[in-house]
Ligand binder design. Sequence first.
Ligand code: GUN
Length: 290
Amino acid sequence: MLAPTAKIIDGKAVSAKIRAKCKERVADLKRRGVVPGLAVILVGSDPASALYVRNKMRACADVGIKSLRYDFPSDVSADDVLATINDLNANQDIHGILVQLPLPPQIATAKVLRAISAEKDVDGFHLYNVGGLVVGDTVFPPCTPYGVVKLLEHEQIPVEGRNVVVVGASNIVGKPMALMLMQQDATVCICHAKTRDLAQFTILADILVVAAGRPNLILPQMVKTGAAVIDVGINRLADGRLVGDVDFEGVRQKASYITPVPGGVGPMTVTMLLVNTIASAERHPDRSLV
Ligand code: GUN
């Protein structure tokens, strides 16, 4: 029998559809006199972070969201960043505030994230929003796992009652991902760097979400035939190629769905930031009446 070949989930195409809806929602807001506004704070000059920030601001412009960028040198004091966040919390024109991570070591990331008003925390990293995820009632779902949920929805991949294995337990992806799929009544297992014999868990997954940051971590023999494999990893190889955490060529012979890197989850992350910012402006239109 020929090996099945997975459907490749086109994150760019799904993202384009959602962005088209974003444009309509922004146009509606503008008809009501509201311009959605996002503030983006970048500390230091890490080229990857600067690139992410440029992409986010370009995406905002594309759908009509006004974005403002606040750049700080890498030796800025935490107090200066916190003062800017306080100003932005009170600014009626701003519906979303994003602090690009990672922050330099002299700045306590947790303190900065908690300073952002939970109602403007479009990244979904504030403790209040994290708590909301736990009880299934979050204000802003974090963008990357939210993007994965939207990809599964778009492909009509059922979640209820399925075995989901999440590889990676980060605050930004793995943990919120697990909570969001648990909320949809999946049976969820989280694996991480200290997990012994990763394959004994991954082989059980109907839906395997991998966000570990290690190229070729997931090999075909670790994947159940017919599984949906979502690769959140972004790794730059020595030869300059960008790859995920999954052996794409091998695993696509065994899975029923697979996301490519690039072009899978990546484009969805930025798109869900737009969705969260627009949702914030819709909830609080009074903030930017012109
Ligand atoms: N750094 C890596 N991923 C993210 C993200 O989703 N949001 C922010 N603010 N910083 C990040």
